[in-house]
Design a protein around this ligand. Structure first.
Ligand code: HSE
Length: 391
């Protein structure tokens, strides 16, 4: 950036916004030395400027008027951290039309309005960076798009929702039910009071949309691929996976190229205990990918939280200051013939059935599977508890 002072505007003074302010307070010297310029957090706009966020901010920096950022010609980079679709979309498009670069953590917005946002950035010759939108503090998207640019990717497997991973880890470690662990997670503030988005896979799906664009150059809407959460996972599933199959259960985001067809899906998956992803526990995130040049890579770290996410946001600002040229995503590196329907996938499946204890039940089940050309790899039958059916 050809200026001695770079001015930054921050929209949204919530948890991550406070983390950004704290990062500037704590490490401004480091950042300014890196870019050899003054970096000035000029304005922070939020509807609520009264609540104490526990970080120092000078009163003249705070404002409730969004135009103090959108229409200030001195602001070079705008950080959007209000989340959601509107007014975030309106603000982002407006600041790009005004020639400002954008940094955002808004995966929902990017997943839904990717084409409109990227084309607006291109038209206005500005950058939009969104490292914090997937994997929180883990450097993920830029390494994928730049450091690993020489690769065609065969597959990406991600544990990219900390809440779901925390619940599955606790269920496994403590033998508690899904409901009990969720309640505990809510009490500790790890899960939202309405946790649907995290536990039913929507958050993971939005992040997978972004990963799939960067890794495979293919943009997909969430309604066009299979998304299944973890709310139906029981203690029996966890125990079976561990004791009988030497696996753990993880909510995986998967994109995989098979015979030039792209498989994109989110669902609970059996992960062998000797796979690196099985060691991604608690609120941590991990992404395992295989490139045709580099081979397997695993990226691991805190997938959420005030300071880890702020680290990615401020890193994006520094990247923009150092390089203002628009970054290109796609087109598809390896041509994709089509995106496979979940019904067409060939994969191993785990079925747990609760049946009546009467002669011929297993015969009937294997008959149904055989009719659909499904082979049984292995089968375990548990003794029924007194008074309950056999599972
Ligand atoms: N709700 C997300 C999670 C964090 O639980 O991982 C923000 O992306």
């Amino acid at each position: 950036m050809n200026k001695d002072v770079v001015n930054i505007g921050l929209i949204g003074f919530g948890t991550i916004g406070s983390g950004v302010v704290e990062t500037f307070n704590k490490n401004l010297d480091l950042l300014e030395n890196k870019v050899n310029k003054r970096v000035n957090l000029k304005k922070v706009v939020d509807l609520d400027v009264k609540t104490d966020r526990g970080v120092y901010i000078s009163p003249e920096v705070l404002s409730t008027d969004i135009n103090d950022i959108l229409e200030d010609p001195e602001i070079d980079i705008v950080i959007e951290l209000i989340g959601g679709y509107q007014p975030a979309l309106k603000f982002i498009l407006r600041v790009m039309e005004n020639g400002k670069h954008v940094v955002t953590a808004n995966k929902a917005l990017l997943a839904k309005h990717w084409n409109e946002i990227i084309s607006c950035a291109g038209k206005n010759n500005v950058r939009i960076c969104f490292e914090a939108s997937v994997g929180g503090g883990i450097p993920l998207l830029r390494p994928l798009n730049e450091s690993l640019a020489s690769n065609n990717f065969e597959s990406i497997y991600g544990i990219i929702n900390g809440t779901a991973n925390y619940i599955l880890t606790k269920m496994s470690d403590e033998g508690k039910s899904f409901e009990a662990v969720l309640k505990d997670a809510q009490e500790r503030g790890y899960a939202e009071s309405d946790p649907t988005f995290d536990i039913e896979g929507d958050d993971t799906a939005q992040k997978l949309i972004i990963l799939t664009i960067i890794g495979f150059g293919k943009y997909m809407k969430q309604e066009n691929f299979h998304v299944e959460g973890i709310s139906s996972i029981t203690q029996e599933d966890i125990r079976f996976a561990r004791d009988e199959l030497d696996c753990c259960i993880k909510l995986l985001a998967i994109t995989k190229l098979v015979d030039a067809n792209l498989e994109v899906r989110v669902h609970p998956t059996l992960v062998p205990m000797n796979h690196l992803l099985s060691s991604v526990n608690g609120v941590f995130n991990g992404v395992y990918l295989v490139g045709d040049i580099v081979g397997p890579i695993m990226m691991y770290g805190p997938g959420a939280g005030m300071l880890p996410t702020a680290s990615a946001v401020v890193g994006d600002c520094i990247d923009i200051i150092e390089n203002m040229d628009p970054v290109h995503y796609g087109p598809t590196k390896t041509p994709v013939k089509k995106v496979s329907d979940i019904a067409d996938l060939k994969s191993k499946y785990y079925l747990r059935l609760l049946t009546e204890d009467k002669p011929g039940v297993l015969h009937e089940i294997s008959g149904i599977l055989s009719k659909h050309n499904i082979s049984i790899g292995s089968m375990t039958q548990e003794k029924a508890e007194k008074g309950t059916p056999i599972s």
